[in-house]
Design a protein around this ligand. Structure first.
Ligand code: 6PG
Length: 479
């Protein structure tokens, strides 16, 4: 039998995606792995699935109907380039190579350009949802050409998660757009996780509740506005008891957070684009700080507040934290969408923001009830300049900002770090400020470097003769 779709790279993500594909009506899946043992394992463990195994790239290509379509599921990086080289060797013009790894979008842009020269289509597709998502239905963010989407679309729609009757996949935009949007997804994921972690820490230290009790709080939150996958799994992690010590698992896990780099990419790209994704950046930095044991040990005896901390009214405090979390989360999404808008402009993509929010409703790590609100916000105003100002979010912020401030004040006074809560609040206050001290910064820049400034009361660019008579002259704009 010939296969209509192929998967290359049969580690857990690849195997699960291949099984997901094979389980759908109409698919026959060609499978290839660099070492054939993995292919054999997959075949023997899943006799129910209709796989066409290949031992060489030639065999793999011969087993596929045209246009050949293959999804690469190898660890992002140099391995991806090696597989692409092999596939471009055995594939023909019109065929489609899909990279389903967590590739950096600029690599995807480069690869798409190079592969296109051969007449073969290259599609960088972000896939979210971890191992379970790959098997049962991930959220998929494909880039690449509209032509490739014709063939690929129906196949991906068949395996994607379904949210409210719609598959969680859309053609996001050309070349690297899919991987760019996946990168932003991960940046938001980092922020969301950090905010939840801060919420947990504040509740624990402020109220003395146990992890299991706090699990109940999160489970309760998961029945309301904050309903989301990350809140749901947080409750499960907090409830877990370590078999060896009988302690809550969270107390025996080393408190140094790892990272594979996608959060940092989001921030680096934002720096290049000049987009303030401060909440996301704090989340990335919070992981870095946690993973610096030497500095933490050295600073361990620096003073904090004298008085011990306990909140007077635990329930009221928990509700404040819930509102602070909600507000900060809106900031994280707003910042993420700002970066999508800027990236689309910079790289020439037409990204439908509302569609992005829709495809994040199911399958992916940041799936959440409130994503529908984002879709609605962009449907109402496609030119919305700042997501957090959309009517629905504005209302949440109006209702939550005082609680948000109380939480940040309490954390600060208690000496408990809440970097994502506080930087999100500072972002909110920065955006809404009528005047910012940026005016003074401009004055300083003009003083030491004649960098010039603009005035509020007339057109033009100006410089003060600081080392002369301090009179003002018209100048050429130097930014
Ligand atoms: C997903 C996840 C997935 C993975 C990331 C984050 O969408 O399924 O984002 O891509 O979990 O690599 O990993 P780190 O936390 O290790 O950076």
């Amino acid at each position: 039998a010939k296969a209509n779709i192929g998967v290359i790279g049969l580690a857990v993500m690849g195997s699960n995606l291949a099984r997901n594909l094979a389980s759908r009506e109409g698919n026959t899946v060609a499978v290839f792995n660099r070492s054939y043992e993995k292919t054999e394992t997959l075949l023997s463990e899943h006799p129910e699935a209709e796989f066409v195994p290949a031992k060489t790239y030639e065999e793999f290509a011969a087993s596929l109907t045209t246009p050949r379509t293959a999804i690469i599921m190898v660890q992002a990086g140099r391995g991806t380039d090696a597989v692409i080289d092999e596939l471009t060797r055995v594939f023909e013009p019109g065929d489609i190579i899909v990279d389903g790894g967590n590739a950096l979008f600029t690599d995807t842009i480069r690869r798409e350009k190079a592969v296109r020269e051969t007449g073969i289509n290259f599609v960088g597709a972000g896939i979210s949802g971890g191992e379970e998502g790959a098997l049962k239905g991930p959220s998929i963010m494909p880039g690449g050409s509209a032509e490739a989407w014709q063939t690929l679309g129906p196949i991906l729609e068949g395996i994607a998660a379904v949210a409210e009757g719609e598959p969680c996949v859309t053609h996001v935009g050309t070349d690297g757009a899919g991987h760019f949007v996946k990168m932003i997804h991960n940046g938001i994921e980092y922020a969301d996780m950090q905010l939840i972690a801060e919420a947990y820490d504040l509740i624990r230290r402020g109220t003395g509740k146990s992890p299991a009790e706090i699990a109940d709080v999160f489970a309760e939150w998961n029945r309301g506005d904050l309903e989301s996958y990350l809140i749901e799994i947080t409750a499960e992690v907090l409830r877990q008891v370590d078999a060896e010590t009988g302690q809550p698992l969270v107390d025996v896990i080393l408190d140094q957070a790892g990272a594979k780099g996608t959060g940092a990419w989001t921030v680096k790209s934002a720096l290049d684009l000049g987009i303030p994704v401060s909440g996301i950046a704090e989340a990335v930095f919070a992981r870095s700080l946690s993973s610096k044991p030497a500095q933490r040990a050295a600073a361990g005896d620096l003073p904090g507040p004298e008085a011990a901390w306990a909140v007077d009214d635990a329930d009221a405090f928990i509700e404040d934290v819930r509102l602070a979390l909600y507000a900060s989360k809106i900031v994280a999404y707003s910042q993420g969408f700002d970066e999508i808008i800027a990236g689309a402009q910079e790289y020439g993509w037409e990204i439908e923001k509302g569609e992005v929010a829709k495809l994040w409703r199911g399958g992916c790590i940041i799936r959440a009830r409130f994503l529908n609100r984002i879709t609605e916000a962009y449907a109402e105003d496609p030119e919305l300049v700042a997501l957090l100002t959309a009517p629905f979010f504005r209302e949440v912020l109006v209702g939550g900002q005082e609680a948000w401030r109380r939480v940040v004040v309490a954390a600060t006074q208690a000496g408990i770090p809440a970097p994502a809560f506080s930087s999100s609040l500072a972002y909110y206050d920065g955006l809404r400020a009528e005047r910012l001290p940026a005016a003074l910064v401009q004055g300083q820049r003009d003083f030491f470097g004649a960098h010039t400034y603009k005035r509020v009361d007339k057109e033009g660019t100006f410089h003060t003769l600081w080392s002369g008579d301090r009179s003002e002259i018209s100048a050429v704009d130097s930014h």
